[in-house]
Design a protein. Structure first.
Length: 267
């Protein structure tokens, strides 16, 4: 496989770095094009074996599969400009909000298209990547793409009409969790803990709780087991309920979801 990476930004560089071992194991040749010199420099340091392209056209022509790591706002321009260069190739889009149909329309079906939504968890091989069921990739390329993302985390395949909401949970969710973690650590700081000690405790507590949930423990049951009658934890849980934690989180997911819908209209 000749795998092209267009744009070496936060998400695509995370994928490229996490997948180095996969590329080596599968004999994949990696091609990278990114416009700014600072990103080229960074990419060259991280991927000494990769082939660096001088322009996007060259990348599209040399690669069999191209991961487009650019912002959704410039996807239409890139796809229209490089329609012919990408003809017959496989394109992986990680752009938030852009539907498979929109991407295919922008490129007038010249290339095979797979919409996916990864997250930065790939950096520690704990990514969550959602694949749209609506794919025009050839079976061998589809299999390759799935294996790549399974190598750096988990993969879920969902119907296209669930991709926007799945993108919020899989893609944006990490940002929400960082706010939750910081808020609890800051509350510990206010009561005398050093911030780093507080953060260490919050992270380890989160990790243990998430692993228990992932191993099949029921979340409500786990909460009840932590809350002794008239004890300390139930007071905290009831304060969270009183202050509308659930509504705040529902609003956050809804706001990101609506923005995702807007991005698709702007093409
Ligand atoms: N960040 C996340 O957590 C995350 C998660 C899931 C999906 N995504 C999606 O990933 C995409 C990129 O987001 P990001 O956060 O990684 O943004 P980013 O860090 O700003 O990266 C954007 C990249 O696009 C490159 N670029 C700009 N113009 C280009 C052009 N004409 N041709 C080729 N490359 C060009 C930039 O190159 P230079 O660096 O050389 O300027 C940069 O590396 C978005 O579509 C976003 O929806 C992001």
């Amino acid at each position: 496989m000749k795998f092209g990476i267009a744009g070496y930004g936060k998400m695509s560089s995370a994928i490229a770095q996490a997948a180095e071992e996969f590329f080596a194991q599968t004999g994949t040749k990696v091609y990278i094009y990114t416009p700014s010199l600072s990103s080229v420099q960074r990419a060259k340091e991280n991927h000494p074996q990769a082939h660096f392209c001088m322009e996007m056209k060259e990348l599209c022509r040399r690669a069999d599969m191209v991961l487009l790591g650019v912002k959704p706002q410039i996807m239409p321009m890139i796809l229209r400009k490089h329609r012919e260069d990408l003809r017959g190739k496989s394109v992986l889009s990680i752009a938030a909000g852009l539907s498979s149909e929109s991407i295919r329309a922008m490129i007038e079906d010249a290339a095979c298209v797979q919409r996916i939504m990864p997250n930065l968890g790939v950096l520690v091989s704990e990514g969550m990547t959602v694949f749209s069921e609506e794919t025009t990739l050839e079976p061998a390329d589809h299999k390759y793409a799935i294996e790549l993302f399974e190598f750096i985390g988990k993969v879920k395949i969902l119907p296209e009409n669930l991709m926007d909401i799945a993108s919020v949970l899989a893609g944006s969710g990490g940002a929400f969790y960082t706010m939750f973690v910081e808020a609890i650590a800051e509350a510990g700081l206010r009561r005398g803990l050093r911030y780093q000690d507080a953060l260490d405790m919050v992270l380890q507590n989160n990790l243990g709780t998430l692993l228990l949930l992932q191993n099949g423990h029921d979340s409500r049951q786990l909460r009840l087991e932590t809350c002794s009658p008239a004890g300390t934890t139930v007071e905290g849980v009831s304060a969270l309920e009183k202050n509308g934690l659930k509504h705040a989180l529902h609003d956050a997911v809804e706001a990101s979801f609506l923005r995702s819908k807007e991005l698709n209209k702007n093409d």
